[in-house]
Design a protein around this ligand. Structure first.
Ligand SMILES: *Cc1c(COP(=O)(O)O)cnc(C)c1O
Length: 360
């Protein structure tokens, strides 16, 4: 059986160093906001070409805090793609803001910049883009629209650690880049974690306060903050893995290349474009008979996933709030299939999957 993902195998090459880092934390007896968090924040900021990075408890919290930072009035609107993972939209609701869904481009799966401006109203305050599946959004037009309408830009980088656009990494275009270190992400911890990238000292200071009850000086609170800190043990694990993130992304890109070259054109493959450095958090193809194809693969001992089976506007939690038709998003949700593309997979496995796919 070829697994879709195997977190044991994925982490095996790093286990010795994880154990050393964990032992070090135990020996030092320091577990919250210490040297390991600070070191990881600096390393990850450097990796992304960002000035500041604050470690947080999760990717959802990173998005929630990014929006909280601006103190937008209740009911202000945030533009967001209609085909994202639900966390992106939950972050908007957690701030008493209103998501305004914009359809993606059918070929890149990312927000279609040509459809943003028609959704901007006097209530619009921000654009929340998502670099889905490890591919950067088309950031030049997005940033131009934001400048024209004086909107803030937050990037959901939960799937795009190391992905680039015109030589710059995702997370460094907008006001904030929000990252998740959920274990399956390209840079995954051994539990939950997240981070915000930003370029201004005052933003970094306020986010650090917001993640720690709004406190900048012990027992003096300037903001209505949260408890959303990356913990020392996870930060230690993340530093170990970050040193190999380039290698992980290179491996995933090589596997994706095998699919690109090997798969028949019956399958709609991810777009490869100049100016984009894709890191294939997910390698997704589309096919009109997606469910039959998935069954065929399972019969041949190949596990796949669907990202995602239900679009946000059809979720029970959201369907009464999110009105409107999103046919492109629905088409993607009905036809998309994620193939194995992990650091734990090898070329032979991908070649085997290509053969089984092409025989469908
Ligand atoms: C994983 C993910 C999140 C949420 O991250 P968590 O760390 O699980 O809270 C947000 N947005 C996208 C696009 C994701 O893939």
């Amino acid at each position: 059986m070829i697994a879709y993902e195997d977190l044991y195998l994925l982490n095996q090459p790093f286990m010795e160093r994880y154990r050393e880092s964990f032992s070090d934390s135990l020996d030092k007896g320091w577990f919250i906001l210490g040297n390991k968090v600070k070191a990881f924040e600096d390393e990850f900021a450097h990796f992304c070409g960002s000035r500041y990075c604050a470690g947080l408890a999760s990717g959802l919290d990173a998005l929630v805090l990014a929006l909280k930072y601006f103190e937008f009035p209740k009911g202000a609107e945030v533009i967001v793609p209609s085909n994202t993972y639900i966390a992106t939209i939950l972050a908007i609701y957690h701030n008493d803001l209103v998501p305004v869904l914009v359809e993606p481009d059918l070929h890149t799966y990312n927000i279609d910049p040509d459809k943003i401006e028609e959704q901007i109203t006097s209530l619009t305050k921000a654009i929340l883009v998502v670099h889905l599946y490890g591919k950067s959004c088309n950031m030049e037009p997005v940033m131009a629209i934001a400048a024209r309408h004086q909107l803030k830009v937050v990037e959901d980088c939960a799937q795009s650690h190391g992905a680039g656009y015109k030589g710059k990494m995702t997370g460094t275009f907008g006001d904030f880049g929000a990252f998740s270190f959920y274990p399956t992400k390209n840079l995954g911890a051994l539990g939950d974690g997240g981070a915000l990238m930003m370029q201004k000292a005052e933003m970094d200071e306020k986010i650090r306060a917001l993640r720690n009850y709004g406190c900048q000086e012990k027992y003096h609170n300037n903001y209505i903050g949260m408890n959303s800190r990356l913990d020392e043990i996870q930060a230690g694990f993340l530093s170990v893995k970050l040193a190999h993130l380039d290698e992980i992304n290179t491996h995933k890109r090589a596997l994706a290349q095998l699919y690109q070259e090997g798969l028949k054109d019956d399958f709609i493959k991810p777009q490869v474009q100049q100016d984009y450095h894709d890191v294939y958090h997910i390698y997704a193809i589309r096919h009109p008979q997606r469910d039959k194809l998935r069954e065929h693969l399972l019969k041949n001992n190949i596990r796949t996933e669907i990202h995602y089976p239900v679009p946000p506007h059809h979720q029970n939690a959201l369907k009464t709030r999110l009105k409107g038709a999103y046919p492109i998003s629905e088409n993607i949700h009905q036809t998309i299939l994620s193939l194995p593309v992990s650091y734990c997979h090898n070329r032979q496995q991908i070649e085997q999957i290509v053969d089984v796919m092409n025989a469908f």
